[in-house]
Every structure is written in structure tokens, then in C-alpha cells.
Design a protein around this ligand. Structure first.
Ligand SMILES: [Zn+2]
Length: 249
């Protein structure tokens, strides 16, 4: 079995037997991967702390060819994101990021842009008080990177520009906005969002990663944007994201 090493972020953890753990990582070089950490639940285990959820680590593992389950050899902490665990709101936001990546990203597809996006959002969550803005930026950029960018400029049916309307219809099932002429098309549920929310999404997609922390979102737009992206994500995943409901706390 070849020995591999890569930077990674812990996005999932499952107890196995009495002392082992199955850890899911999002890694820089291999994308999402799973590895068994033998004995990691024992008190004296070297890998116990470094395989905690949301830890940014340097991972060394035995790669099992033709298998999705590898074996962990060593895991060293690069950054523990301990600031996320000191506040309930930050912790639940971090866990939501981990669960969303774990659920939506297929195994074994490398994407360094996504790796750096996860690191950036965890830093923003750790450093900033209000996670709402960081999570919305993360969701829209994640969706876009994976090829699920919602259509927010033109109507999904007739491709006409949505123009300058104050309130716009959005179909979570179709993943796009609908103009007034096409509102009677299709039976799928629609919600309305404001032009300000769509403007925020466009900016969040356009900005350089280093600058996304500068974006702002008004208090009135936060709930509707949260609902819009959540409904769209639920349609894509075909079920809810468990940790989403804790974001309300
Ligand atoms: Zn239309």
C-alpha cells in the first residue's frame, strides 16, 4: 500500500468497534477521502485530537487501491480552529460547513479551490461574530464550484433578463429565477426574493477569495437568502441537512 501525505480538513467522524474511528477528510490533493484511525478513541492515541471535526491537519495515510477506505498512519494538527468550539453559534456553523461538504461532494474528486474555500470560511467563522454572511457566501460558491450555480440573472424558462424588479420569483426545484411572463409555467413551488439578495449572491461569486470577508448583508435580507439557498440545497440533496436546524440557536 503506497503511503500518501496531504493537507486535509476533518469533515466527518464515526465510531467503529471499541477503539477505532472512521474519519472523513476533505483533502487538498485527493478531495474527499475516508480513512480508518485504529485506536484513535484510546486516551493515549496520538491521532485523537488531530482527528477532531473541523481540524486542519497534515494527514499521512496508506492508500488502498480500488478501495474507498484507507488506513490512517499519522495526523498532525496545522490549525485546530479551537475558536469555533468556544461559542455555540460558531460551532454549529462550522459543523454545518463540514456536513454540507460531506453530503454534497463526491469522493475522490480533487478540487484545490474548494479546499481553500473551506479553510477561508472556517477562518471567517472563527474570527467574525455573525456567521450568517460567511455561510451564505460559502453555500453559493460551493454550489457554483460543483456545477450547481443557480440561475439568478435570467429567467429559467425564457432566458429573458430579470431586469430591475424589487421582488423576484425563484424556483428551488429548477434552481433559478422566473420572469413575470413565465410564472404560470411548471407546478413546482416558488418563493420570492428581493433584488438585494440576488445582488449579494452575484458579488459573493465574483469577489476574490481573500476579499469575501468584506461583504455585507442587511438584517432584512439574511432570513430570505438563508431560506432561498436552504430550499435549493434540500432539492439537490433530496433531504435536509441535519445541522441546519441548529443554526437557529
Ligand atoms: Zn420567462
Amino acid at each position: 500500500m503506497p503511503l500518501q501525505s496531504t493537507e486535509a480538513i476533518v469533515i466527518g467522524s464515526l465510531d467503529l468497534g471499541e477503539a477505532d474511528r472512521l474519519i472523513t477528510f476533505y483533502s487538498l490533493q485527493f478531495g474527499k477521502l475516508k480513512a480508518v484511525a485504529c485506536g484513535s478513541r484510546r486516551l493515549k492515541s496520538k491521532c485523537g485530537r488531530s482527528t477532531q471535526l473541523l481540524t486542519h491537519c497534515q494527514l499521512v495515510f496508506y492508500e488502498k487501491k480500488n478501495s474507498q477506505l484507507h488506513r490512517l498512519r499519522q495526523c498532525d494538527i496545522i490549525h485546530p480552529y479551537s475558536g469555533l468550539w468556544s461559542e455555540l453559534k460558531k460551532m454549529t456553523a462550522g459543523l454545518y460547513v463540514a456536513e454540507l461538504v460531506n453530503r454534497i461532494v463526491p469522493e475522490g474528486e480533487e478540487n484545490d479551490e474548494l479546499f481553500f474555500l473551506i479553510l477561508k470560511v472556517l477562518i471567517l467563522l472563527e474570527q467574525k461574530g455573525d456567521p450568517d454572511i460567511s455561510l451564505r457566501i460559502f453555500e453559493i460558491r460551493l454550489l457554483s464550484m460543483l456545477g450547481y450555480r443557480p440561475q439568478i440573472g435570467q429567467c429559467i424558462y425564457c432566458n429573458q433578463s430579470i431586469g430591475h424588479k424589487a421582488r423576484i420569483s425563484f424556483s428551488p426545484v429548477k434552481g433559478g429565477v422566473i420572469c413575470d411572463n413565465c410564472l404560470t409555467h411548471g407546478k413546482s413551488e416558488k418563493i420570492t426574493v428581493s433584488a438585494g439578495s440576488l445582488r449579494f449572491l452575484k458579488q459573493a461569486l465574483k469577489l476574490q477569495l481573500a476579499k469575501i470577508g468584506r461583504l455585507n448583508l442587511s438584517k432584512t435580507l439574511k432570513p430570505e437568502l438563508k431560506e432561498m439557498l436552504h430550499r435549493y440545497l434540500m432539492c439537490l440533496l433530496e433531504r435536509d441537512i441535519n445541522s441546519f436546524r441548529f443554526l437557529e440557536l
